[in-house]
Write a protein that binds this ligand. Sequence first.
Ligand SMILES: [Zn+2]
Length: 85
Amino acid sequence: MGRILLILGILFLVWMGYRFLNNTWSSRVKEVEKKARKQSQQPKQVENIKACAYCKTHIPENEGIYEQGKFFCSYQHLDKYLDHK
Ligand SMILES: [Zn+2]
């Protein structure tokens, strides 16, 4: 009898643990979803305009490439800049 109670107790604890994990996991997923939704709702930030280190053309930061602390408008200019050095 004592054994059955022990097994039931363990099963109960496992079940509780499972429920607990499930709850924290789903709430965490919801939180992440909420954050993602918030971010997508935010108005687009004004893009940073940077000058290419090679041709000095000004283009949005997210369209260029950072290399060795310098900013380039394209991989071609990155290559050329590194060649010229
Ligand atoms: Zn360039």
